[in-house]
Write a new protein. Structure first.
Length: 513
C-alpha cells in the first residue's frame, strides 16, 4: 500500500468514481481484491429479534473467518478465525481495547477490571489476580458445597410436593449467593429471601443487558434519566448496591485493622476469606471508587456467567441420559455421600469434561468485544485504527472446519487422560474464558464451582424437562439466556451407596487370587 493508497484515498475524496479508481489501482499494485475484507450483504434487521450471534454464524459460513457487517453508519468486523483471534487477544493485544463494551458497562462497572484499559487495567490486574490464589480457591470449595446444599434442600421440597421447578432462576440465585460471599463476604441468601438488595442486583443486570442490545444509547439523553421511571429505578438500585458495598468495605477495614496482620502471598482470613478482605489486607485504598468498581465487576462477572453455564449444562444433560449415567457413576464412586473437597476436583474428570463440553456449545459470553487502537494487519488484511470487533466465540466453538460433529454434545471428545482443554492447548479454537493477558481471572474458581454444583445435584436427583415445559430457546444479554426458563421435573435418586475408590482395587485384588 503506502503511496498508492494515499493517492487513491485522496482522489476518492476529490470525487473520482470508486470503480474507475479500483480499476487503475488494481493495475498499479495488482492485488487489491486480496486485501479487501469480505463485506456481508443483505438484511440484518433480524438481529434485534433473535439471539444476534445466530445470524452471525450463518454469515460466517458464507463469508469466512473475517468479514465486515454494516448497519447504517456503524460497521463491525466479525472474527471467527482462531489465528486472527489469537493475534487480537494475545500476540498483539496491546493494540486493542474493550471499545464499546467499556461504553456500555460504564454506568455499573466504571473503570473495573473488565472494561478498564491501559495503565488502570495493568495496575488493577496486578492487584486482583493474587487474591484468587490456590489456597483461596480451595477455601471456596466448602462454600460451593454449602450453597449447593441449600439448593438441594429446596429441590427436595419440590420433589416431595411433585412440583416442577424453573432451574434458570434457581441457578441465578445459587451463583449470586456464592459470588456475594466469595467476593465481599456478603450473604445475599437469595435462594431463601427476596430482599431489596437482591432485587437491586437484578435491576442493574437487566439494564446492562438492555444496553448491550440497544440500537441507540437513549440513556445518554439528559432528560431521559430524570423522567423515565425505569432509569430512576436503575439509579436507586445502583445507589443501594454502592451503599451496601461501602458498608462492607468499612466492616472489612475494621476487621483488618484489628488483625495481627501477617500479610503474605497466600494470605486467607479464616473468618472472611473474601477477595475484598485480601485486597484490603494487601493495602488497597478503601476510599477509592476503583475498589467499588472492581467489586461490582466481579459480582456481575462471576454471577451471570456461572448461572448460564449451569442452565445450559442441565439442558444438554436432559437430552443425553447416557451422559447422565456416566456422570452419576463417577460422582457416586468419587464422592459417595461426602461434601466435595479440593482433592476431588482432580478426580471428578468426567464431570469436568461435561462442563468443558457445555462451555464449548454455550460459551458465556458468546462474543468478545474489542476496538483497534492502531492500524494493524490481520492475516492478509490491513485494518485501520478505530475498528470495532466482535470475536465470535460461538462461531469458533461450533465451526464445522474446526470440530468433528461440531453441534453434538459429546463430552467424550475430551479424553479423560488428556489435558483439560483451554485456549492454549486448543490453539484458540476454544475460548470459554477468553485468552491472552485479559483472560478471565476467575476461570479456576468458576470451573470448580460448576463441578461442585453439577456433582452434588446429579448425585441426589434426576432431572427431566417438565411435561408441557415451554420450548428452550436462546436470547442474549451479556450471556445466553433461555427465552422462557428451563422448567424441569426433579425426582429424588435412591440414595447412592458410599463406595470409596479403594474398594474397587480390593475387588480386583480379590479376583486376581
Ligand atoms: C474475564 C468468562 C467467571 C472475573 C472473562 C472473559 C471471559 C470470561 C470469556 C474474557 C473477556 C474478554 O476478553 O473480553 C467467564 C466464565 C465464567 C467466569 C464463562 C464462569 C463460568 C468469573 C468469575 C469471576 C470472573 C467467578 C470473579 C471471581 C472476571 C474478570 C475478567 C473476566 C475480572 C476481566 C479480566 C481482565 O480483563 O483482565 N471472563 N468468567 N469471571 N472474568 Fe470471567
Amino acid at each position: 500500500s503506502g503511496f498508492p493508497s494515499v493517492l487513491r484515498n485522496g482522489l476518492s475524496k476529490l470525487g473520482f468514481p470508486r470503480e474507475i479508481l479500483k480499476l487503475i489501482f488494481n493495475w498499479v499494485d495488482g492485488n487489491d481484491d486480496y486485501l479487501k475484507i469480505p463485506e456481508a450483504k443483505g438484511s440484518i434487521s433480524a438481529i434485534r429479534s433473535e439471539a444476534f450471534f445466530i445470524p452471525l454464524y450463518e454469515l460466517y459460513l458464507t463469508y469466512g473467518g473475517i468479514f465486515r457487517l454494516t448497519f447504517g453508519p456503524k460497521s463491525f468486523l466479525i472474527v471467527s478465525d482462531p489465528t486472527i483471534a489469537k493475534h487480537i487477544l494475545k500476540d498483539n493485544s496491546k493494540a486493542y481495547s474493550k471499545g464499546i463494551l467499556a461504553e456500555i458497562l460504564d454506568f455499573v462497572m466504571g473503570k473495573g477490571l473488565i472494561p478498564a484499559d491501559g495503565e488502570i487495567w495493568r495496575v488493577r490486574r496486578r492487584a486482583i489476580v493474587p487474591a484468587l490464589h490456590q489456597k483461596y480457591v480451595a477455601a471456596m470449595i466448602g462454600l460451593f458445597g454449602q450453597a449447593t446444599d441449600r439448593l438441594c434442600k429446596k429441590l427436595d421440597v419440590a420433589a416431595s410436593d411433585g412440583e416442577d421447578v424453573e432451574m434458570e432462576s434457581l441457578f441465578s440465585r445459587l451463583t449470586l449467593d456464592i459470588i456475594g460471599k466469595a467476593v465481599f463476604n456478603y450473604d445475599f441468601d437469595s435462594l431463601t429471601n427476596d430482599t431489596g438488595i437482591v432485587e437491586a442486583v437484578y435491576t442493574v443486570l437487566r439494564e446492562a443487558e438492555e444496553r448491550s442490545v440497544a440500537p441507540m444509547p437513549i440513556w445518554e439523553i439528559p432528560i431521559w434519566k430524570e423522567i423515565s421511571p425505569w432509569q430512576r429505578k436503575v439509579k436507586e438500585a445502583l445507589k443501594l448496591i454502592n451503599d451496601t458495598l461501602d458498608d462492607l468495605i468499612a466492616i472489612c477495614k475494621r476487621m483488618v485493622d484489628e488483625e495481627e496482620l501477617q500479610f503474605h502471598e497466600d494470605y486467607v482470613n479464616e473468618k472472611d476469606p473474601s477477595i475484598l478482605h485480601f485486597l484490603v489486607a494487601s493495602g488497597d485504598d478503601v476510599s477509592s471508587k476503583q475498589l467499588r468498581d472492581d467489586l461490582m465487576t466481579m459480582l456481575i462477572a462471576g454471577h451471570e456467567t456461572s448461572a448460564a453455564v449451569l442452565t445450559w449444562t442441565f439442558y444438554l444433560l436432559s437430552k443425553e441420559p447416557s451422559v447422565v449415567s456416566k456422570l452419576q457413576d463417577e460422582v457416586d464412586s468419587v464422592l459417595g455421600d461426602r461434601y466435595p473437597t479440593i482433592e476431588d476436583m482432580k478426580k471428578l474428570k468426567y464431570t469436568t469434561r461435561v462442563i468443558n463440553e457445555s462451555l464449548r456449545l454455550y460459551p458465556q459470553p458468546p462474543v468478545l468485544i474489542r476496538r483497534s487502537l492502531e492500524d494493524d494487519m490481520l492475516g492478509k488484511y490491513p485494518i485501520k485504527r478505530g475498528e470495532d470487533f466482535f470475536i465470535s466465540v460461538w462461531n469458533l466453538h461450533r465451526s464445522p472446519h474446526l470440530w468433528e460433529d461440531a453441534d453434538k454434545f459429546n463430552p467424550e471428545r475430551w479424553p479423560l487422560d488428556g489435558p483439560t482443554p483451554n485456549d492454549t492447548n486448543q490453539n484458540f479454537r476454544y475460548l470459554p474464558f477468553g485468552g491472552g493477558p485479559r483472560k478471565c481471572v476467575g476461570d479456576m474458581f468458576a470451573s470448580f464451582e460448576n463441578v461442585v454444583a453439577v456433582a452434588m445435584l446429579v448425585r441426589r436427583f434426576n432431572f427431566q424437562m417438565a411435561l408441557g415445559a415451554p420450548p428452550v430457546e436462546m436470547t442474549t444479554g451479556a450471556t445466553i439466556h433461555t427465552t422462557q426458563g428451563l422448567k424441569m421435573t426433579v425426582t429424588r435418586r435412591i440414595k447412592p451407596p458410599i463406595m470409596p475408590v479403594f474398594n474397587k482395587r480390593e475387588t480386583t485384588i480379590l479376583l486376581d487370587h
